[in-house]
Design a protein around this ligand. Structure first.
Ligand SMILES: [Zn+2]
Length: 274
């Protein structure tokens, strides 16, 4: 089993604010993964993607990419669906060039549609994207992220079902989102058992703390790690020998990744870096 830890975007302590320097910084501080955050647009050109891949390989840093947020594969507007497919495709293209095997995607909103319907719509749109990827030799997993809000497509069961039905779709677990959707509870054993049953080879995930709003409900406002608790997750991962990447989406990024590393080492896992 292998555990990868890293940041969402360039580490905060990296002085030169570009991806290549970010990857070198990750290696220097003792981490081994980084996720590029294409939050608003696909900001990496094709040739730069190849260079980034080379640097990551040299530094043994595992890469992934978060697709832009403005995606809704179940929109009522055809144009939005088309643009969403294009954003996912372009993200996958850059991932292929970088040697990143998975991208994270916020896929859709249910809108006025019923959930079963949205599931079919989303699945069909992903199949279209995968067809185009295949035509162009792009072999990247589409990571469908578990989402926090009731209005968002992406319960654990939905993403697992998609993975079972479509080989190139993989669950992208956001632990805090699952915690929020389950009203401040999380059963790591249950989740990892479900995932293990699907024979998934590697789990991609985000971890961050979240906050309560004034009314006392857990909401998707990111915080340093505390809630959901991190250490019980570590114990389950090690007990079940799960291959996993944990990307910090905490506001203090790498500081929390390093804190995660301490918890993992404390529980008996050794990180091997050459
Ligand atoms: Zn996300």
């Amino acid at each position: 089993m292998k555990i990868f830890l890293g940041t969402s975007g360039i580490p905060l302590s990296c002085k030169k604010r570009n991806t290549i320097e970010g990857i070198k910084r990750i290696k220097k501080i003792g981490l081994n993964a980084m996720e590029l955050a294409f939050v608003h647009n696909i900001y990496v050109k094709k040739d730069l993607a190849e260079e980034i891949g080379q640097i990551a390989k040299e530094n043994q840093v595992r890469l992934s990419i978060h697709a832009p947020f403005y995606i809704n594969l179940a929109s009522e507007k055809k144009q939005v669906i088309g643009a969403s497919r294009q954003r996912i495709y372009d993200t996958a293209d850059r991932a292929e060039r970088m040697g990143a095997d998975t991208i994270a995607i916020h896929s859709a909103y249910y809108g006025k549609n019923d959930k079963e319907n949205v599931y079919e719509i989303v699945k069909n749109q992903f199949l279209k994207i995968l067809d185009k990827m295949k035509e162009n030799g792009i072999n990247v997993n589409l990571g469908v992220e578990t989402m926090a809000k009731e209005s968002q497509f992406g319960t654990l069961d939905e993403v697992i079902k998609l993975h079972k039905e479509v080989k190139m779709i993989t669950p992208y677990i956001d632990w805090a989102h699952l915690f929020i959707r389950n009203k401040g509870n999380i059963d790591y054993n249950e989740i990892l058992t479900k995932l293990k049953k699907t024979k998934i080879k590697h789990i991609n995930s985000h971890f961050e703390g979240v906050k309560k709003n004034k009314k006392g409900y857990w909401v998707d406002i990111h915080d340093s790690i505390k809630n959901p608790p991190f250490e019980p997750l570590v114990k389950e991962i090690l007990k079940k020998k799960i291959d996993i990447t944990i990307i910090s989406e905490s506001p203090i990024l790498e500081k929390d990744s390093l804190k995660m590393k301490k918890y993992i080492e404390k529980n008996g896992y050794k990180f091997n870096y050459s």
